[in-house]
Write a protein of this length. Structure first.
Length: 330
């Protein structure tokens, strides 16, 4: 008989604990909304909206696509016969109108768990850029797509193969013109981090990563929102947020940076990777090509089953001016 009050008391504590967690989560979401929910109100020239997209069709290799030396998409090529086809928004890489640079870095794929040492004959590369205007009922082309590169080919035994097959890597570069109704500061005036003391920079960067790792693991979404505000203001402008897009961003933020119950992996096996012509730096895994160093896992419950899911977090840091601390820019 004495067990029942104890059990009832225990259940009461659990219920109160769950209710408290739910209330705390609601409060945090409201605070995040207060910080990031009005980004759309600062967007200018929405009537001149133009959305630049990189149209990527690449297969038979690992690759990186960069616009203005800032990554757009990276693919580890873990299936030697696989290919990727996607349309990636790139306005966030474009700071102002004028010439923009593009770059495709091509590496051998991984086949049966082992990365090849040379590029195979079946590599395919197509990259183009197009300017779009999205409507509620469709999409308009602002201008004709511009083809930046298509597979270089050569003849071998009467058939066309990838012209640079057999090489350990290839880099293709060029420029294109973009016209946008905004001008962002971004990393344009930032310090060239590639010229700083590498050891000291890595120590500072790792401390920043540990800070975010701790914030995510302890569900400190409000602190994260505050730290990302400057960067997200530029993203909102470049993508011409309206209220609907802003609301969708808040939802995505809360489901990723603000996800409860996430267990963070240790920060290990990483290297520094520069971008933005040396003005931005991030940490990537050494043992998993292109994977960010910041990652965790959570349990997704569906019906009676539990599914363990990986969650990765991308951060690009810059130093706004000499002597300033590192901060997130993208």
């Amino acid at each position: 008989m004495k067990k029942y009050p104890i059990i009832a008391l225990f259940l009461g504590v659990v219920l109160l604990s769950n209710q408290s967690c739910s209330q705390n989560k609601k409060v945090m979401n409201e605070q995040v909304e207060a910080i990031l929910g009005n980004l759309y109100k600062q967007v200018k020239n929405r009537d001149q909206t133009v959305n630049y997209h990189a149209e990527i069709q690449i297969g038979g290799c690992a690759f990186e696509v960069l616009i203005n030396d800032m990554p757009v998409y990276k693919y580890a090529g873990n299936d030697g016969s696989g290919s990727i086809g996607l349309s990636a928004p790139i306005n966030n890489n474009i700071l102002k109108s004028g010439p923009q640079t593009w770059e495709v870095r091509v590496f051998p794929p991984e086949v049966k768990g082992k990365r090849l040492t040379a590029l195979p004959e079946g590599v395919k590369i197509e990259l183009s850029v197009e300017a779009l205007k999205f409507r509620t009922d469709g999409v308009d082309n602002v201008s004709e797509p511009v083809k930046l590169i298509e597979t270089p080919k050569k003849d071998k035994d009467g058939k066309q193969i990838y012209a640079d097959a057999g090489k350990p890597l290839m880099v293709y570069k060029g420029t294109f013109l973009a016209k946008v109704p905004y001008e962002l500061k971004g990393w344009s005036e930032s310090v060239d981090l590639s010229k700083e003391d590498e050891k000291k920079l890595k120590t500072e960067l790792v401390l920043e990563y540990e800070k975010y790792r701790n914030w995510i693991g302890h569900n400190e979404s409000v602190k994260i929102a505050q730290s990302l505000l400057s960067s997200e203001k530029e993203t909102a402008q470049s993508l011409f947020y309206d209220k609907a897009l802003n609301d969708e961003y808040i939802k995505t933020f809360n489901e990723s940076w603000g996800r409860a119950g996430i267990t963070m992996y240790p920060l290990e096996n990483y290297k520094m990777v520069y971008s933005g012509n040396g003005k931005m730096v991030t940490l990537e895994r050494i043992d998993h090509l292109y994977d960010p160093a910041l990652a965790g896992w959570y349990i997704l419950k569906k019906d009676s089953a539990e599914d363990r899911r990986l969650k990765t977090f991308y951060l690009n840091f810059h130093r706004p001016k000499t002597g300033a601390p590192l901060e997130v820019i993208r």
